[in-house]
Design a protein around this ligand. Sequence first.
Ligand code: HEC
Length: 150
Amino acid sequence: MRTLLSRIGFGLFLAIGLVGIHAATTSADNGKPTYAPVANIKNLMNAINHEEMGLYGMMQADCKSGKLTSAQWNLMRHRAAMLAESGNILMQLDPPKGEAASWRKHAESFREAAKKLKKPMIRRKTDLVMAGLGEVQKQCDACHKAHRPE
Ligand code: HEC
């Protein structure tokens, strides 16, 4: 009797374990491929964040250029989305200096500031977009202060 019960117990244990493993693998891959980052921090800083050559600089230049066409506004929204996405990518990378937890927080605050650009862009208000870019700039500076090597 005892052995029968312990067998049932073991069987249950095994079944629950298998269900657990199945759930873990299906929720982890979810059909989407995982990937190793290709771009490093400098790639992101130069191509996306740079004050002149990056998407960030292009948005600033667009705002200063005067009246924008519909196509320019649309493009600016795409650029803002990629600026925010670069915060997610940064989060996956290791900081050259400072603690990992602090790095992730800075990258997150940066992403959130960049996400806020969308609304004034939909409203097509260059002054509000410039103000939003100023908030993003604060996050650039804060992260550099904590994590950029001398
Ligand atoms: C989450 C942190 C973080 C944020 C946010 C961030 N940076 Fe950086 N940035 C760095 C680090 C770290 C380096 C140094 C990389 C290195 O030397 O390997 C750097 C380097 C740079 C460089 C020099 C790149 C080079 O080739 O040496 C520029 C330019 C730059 N950042 C601009 C910006 C601008 C502009 C923003 C905001 C729009 C910004 N960064 C936002 C962390 C950040």
